[in-house]
Write a protein that binds this ligand. Structure first.
Ligand code: AMP
Length: 365
């Protein structure tokens, strides 16, 4: 594994006055570049040739420099990484970055400094580690079943890795579950039953909370040495949301949980107490489990049920695509900043504050 010491040594050679914010051109890259440019950082986008025009189509979010690669994974090649170092790049990880490059590759092969604590990838990308993190945080989570025969309620079945919900399904009984797992194995969606994550199906309203844990700003909700900010929230749109349209005979393919978009959302104000409490617990647990813990943006994916309250079913420990709804800020950033503030700009602001106070090492790994 590439250690924080190695990253720090390399970073000490950087020309800090020419720091460049960089990521791969996908997911929330427009927002990241837009925010970085707003704060006058140089920007660099790693792109495949076919996507470049998308980033040229939005001049205010277009990176100053492009590096073209055949496929995103090529960012790991020595040539590309050396070029990124030459340009004094700090990489901002996002959902597609982690999906295309792979958590293990980032931990073992990416020697370019990254914003945040990359140890979080170990805890985020492995479902059993994620559960341990939630347990440490004392959060309510869906019941999990190791063996299909133990199932005694409606269940929700997921596959390893963040595949955006593709192929997930529900089952009402142990028999239905066994049948559907068999089919998933035939379709090679999973190799064995052990790979399927079988959770209790949680009914309710979904809320995806966008948090930012800052070590550089202090006035507000203090959590140990930093401040926890609620930057916004969204609800994901999935084909399942439209399933009622086909009633009474809904075709099976409508039971599809692939994320296709996001809707803005605000929370009943009296629930903000629960929301901020969950965020703080996740930060505190991360500091105990993998010091210095989570740094920067993260998202808690929750389901609210009137009598059960909030159940957390997933954490994304980096900027999420739902934040793309708020390039000029959200109803919540209006109470935190006197200027428009997207999550992308917030990342750049954290880097700017750390640069000004000579504390960049604390927020990079
Ligand atoms: P995930 O990959 O964990 O983000 O899940 C994708 C989608 O599946 C979510 O946005 C929810 O709509 C749904 N989902 C995930 N877990 C559960 C659960 N335990 N109960 C009900 N729906 C779920």
């Amino acid at each position: 594994m590439i250690t924080s010491g190695e990253i720090r040594r390399l970073f000490s050679k950087y020309d800090k006055s020419r720091l460049t914010i960089s990521t791969i051109c996908s997911h929330s890259a427009l927002q990241i570049f837009h925010g970085a440019k707003w704060l006058k950082f140089k920007t660099l986008g790693v792109t495949t040739p076919d996507r470049r025009f998308v980033y040229e189509a939005f001049p205010l979010a277009k990176p100053d420099i492009f590096i073209e690669v055949r496929e995103f994974k090529d960012i790991l090649s020595k040539d590309v990484q050396e070029r990124l170092v030459e340009e004094n790049c700090v990489i901002i990880p996002h959902g597609s970055f982690v999906e295309y490059i792979g958590a293990a590759n980032i931990l073992n092969r990416l020697f370019v400094p990254m914003f945040g604590n990359r140890m979080v990838l170990l805890w985020e990308s492995d479902r059993s580690k994620q559960r341990e993190w939630f347990r440490e945080a004392g959060l309510k989570t869906p019941r999990e079943f190791k063996n299909p025969s133990e199932v005694d309620c409606k269940v929700f079945v997921k596959y390893p890795g963040a595949k955006g919900g593709t192929g997930y399904f529900i089952a009402d009984s142990a028999e239905e579950l066994e049948e559907k797992i068999k089919r998933a194995m035939e379709k090679r969606l999973i190799k064995s039953v052990e790979e399927a994550s079988i959770q209790e199906f949680v009914p309710g309203v979904r809320y995806y909370f966008h948090f930012f844990y800052s070590l550089m700003l202090d006035v507000g909700f203090r959590v140990t040495k930093g401040r926890l900010e609620l930057l916004g929230m969204d609800k994901r749109i999935e084909p399942i949301d439209e399933a009622y349209r086909g009633l009474p005979n809904v075709p099976e393919e409508f039971f599809d949980y692939t994320v296709t978009g996001n809707q803005p959302l605000i929370l009943r104000e009296s629930f903000l107490k629960d929301c901020l409490d969950m965020g703080a617990r996740v930060v505190l647990a991360s500091q105990r489990l993998f010091p210095p813990g989570i740094v920067g943006p993260f998202c808690l994916e929750t389901i609210y049920h009137p009598s059960r309250g909030f159940t957390v079913f997933e954490v994304s420990a980096r900027i999420v695509a739902g934040t793309n709804l708020y390039p000029q800020g959200s109803p919540y950033t209006a109470y935190l900043f006197n200027e428009p503030m997207s999550t992308g700009k917030r990342i750049a602001l954290e880097l700017k504050k750390a640069l000004e106070s000579n504390r960049l090492e604390e927020i990079l790994y």
